[in-house]
Design a protein around this ligand. Structure first.
Ligand code: MN
Ligand code: MN
Length: 458
């Protein structure tokens, strides 16, 4: 191959024993985060605890920041900001921002979820984010979330993760009777109102009791004993149905890692571990674990919330400069996944410009659809800057678009940050079967993304 030719590098092809060990060791820590942080609430709490262990202190509005400070801001338990103040002049050097998200597609309970039909108790649901509904039937499901009681207390719910826990279920038809369903387009096999969760089957049978002898009544009794809650308390609950699977190595060589919620824990984990592990103290660094990315980054815990600008204002005030000056000199990696090239479905990808599994961190210059619509389309100069620091730090990376032109598309938090006059580009791990209950990534790519983030914040 001529030195003038561009070719992707496969990490596993290049890896020596030392790098291979680093890749595999790093993925063990990531697996723990995956299994213990399946919802934004759990991921936020987990990362906050890790931050506290690494010397981060809670930030309060009005507090003056100083060089060397390490602070966190916990936004409603669903969105975490980590800030490390560097020695450089923040007005001139800006902030190095790593923006990832910790919400993942899932199925939420409705606010009046419980009903009984023909002797089975069910919960009605409304799915969250872009799921292919048929993939969520006939797999073990866990229930995670919170119930806010009128007295102000909040009950944490987590059922289906312990080996002794029961799990939950969405049913599908047997092939013998599915002729009509089989004839439907795949996307219509199961409808939104078909995603009803199987909750119980034993009727209430207590003796000498006036109560209805129904399965629903028995279920309410169990819930009251376990959580002290009544049916009305579902009105102020957020209960998320997620796959009950644990993260697992995939393949004889264990090169790949399967799990629920790689999108976007697979970029969140590298973001905060890169911050904790990188000891250089030049740049001011902000790591964002955002919520609501999967439904448009809206609301108080999403990336479009003014909180992001407010925190930059606080940094500006601390150092007698303006938010505008800081933002003009800041740089952001929108740390999110991209579609990996899947040899089983080559027809949706264009081979030259796809991100390949195990070929390193994937940079996506633009997302969007129909002529880059809805994307921030990062500047060539910013990619030039990243090429330099990645190459200097031995990071293996590649470029990748999501799919062929006009086949589909997607978006990330990148545009919301770029709209604030901050150079922003998407970078992350290529994912196979994205948004499915069990997504696939390469351990090598997870590690290269971590190295890329370390190089960026160094
Ligand atoms: Mn994502
Ligand atoms: Mn997503």
């Amino acid at each position: 191959m001529s030195a003038l030719t561009y070719k992707r590098t496969n990490v596993y092809e290049k890896a020596d024993e030392k790098l291979l060990k680093e890749i595999f060791d790093y993925s063990e820590g990531y697996k723990v985060f995956l299994d213990e942080g399946k919802t934004e609430r759990e991921a936020c709490a987990w990362a906050k605890e890790a931050a506290i262990k690494n010397g981060y202190k809670p930030f309060k509005f009005g507090q003056k920041l100083s060089k060397g400070d390490k602070v966190y801001y916990d936004n409603r338990g669903k969105n975490l900001y980590l800030i490390k103040v560097g020695n450089a002049n923040v007005a001139e050097d800006g902030i190095r921002i790593l923006a990832s998200h910790i919400d993942s597609p899932r199925i939420d309970f409705k606010q009046v979820p419980l009903y009984e039909s023909d002797g089975i108790a069910f919960a009605k649901t409304h799915y969250y984010g872009g799921i292919r509904k048929y993939q969520w039937a006939a797999v073990p499901l866990a229930l995670h979330g919170a119930v806010a009681l009128k007295n102000g207390s909040v009950i944490d719910v987590k059922v289906g993760e312990d080996d002794n826990d029961p799990v939950f279920y969405i049913s599908d038809l047997l092939p013998h009777l599915a002729a009509k369903q089989n004839a439907k387009p795949l996307g219509e096999g199961l409808g939104g109102e078909d995603l009803n969760i199987w909750l119980g089957n034993i009727p209430y049978t207590a003796a000498n009791d006036e109560k209805d002898k129904t399965v629903k009544e028995n279920l309410l009794k169990i819930l009251n004993e376990k959580y002290g809650m009544a049916e009305e308390d579902f009105l102020s609950a957020e209960l998320c149905v997620v796959p009950a699977f644990k993260a697992k190595d995939i393949g004889f060589d264990r090169a790949l890692l399967g799990a629920y919620g790689h999108d976007d824990r697979v970029c969140s984990y590298p973001a905060f571990t890169a911050l904790f592990d990188e000891k250089s103290d030049e740049h001011t660094v902000m790591v964002i674990l955002a919520d609501k990315e999967e439904i448009g980054s809206e609301g108080t815990t999403g990336m479009q919330c003014a909180l992001f600008a407010d925190l930059i204002d606080e940094i500006a005030r601390s150092f007698d400069t303006t938010s505008a000056a800081i933002r003009a000199n800041s740089k952001c990696l929108s740390a999110d996944v991209n579609a990996g090239y899947d040899p089983n479905f080559p027809e949706v990808c264009e081979k030259l410009n796809s991100a390949y599994v195990s070929c390193g961190a994937g940079i996506t210059k633009f997302t969007g659809s129909r002529g880059k619509g809805g994307s921030n389309d990062a500047d060539a100069e910013f990619i030039g800057f990243l090429r330099k620091i990645f190459d200097e730090n031995g990071v293996i990376w590649q470029t990748g678009e999501m799919g062929k032109v006009d086949v589909g598309g997607g978006g990330t938090v990148a545009k919301y940050i770029a709209n604030m006059n901050i150079d922003t580009i998407d970078i992350g791990v290529p994912v196979i079967s994205m948004h499915s209950p069990f997504e696939l990534v390469s351990k090598a790519d997870v590690y290269e993304v971590y190295l890329a983030f370390r190089a960026f914040v160094k």
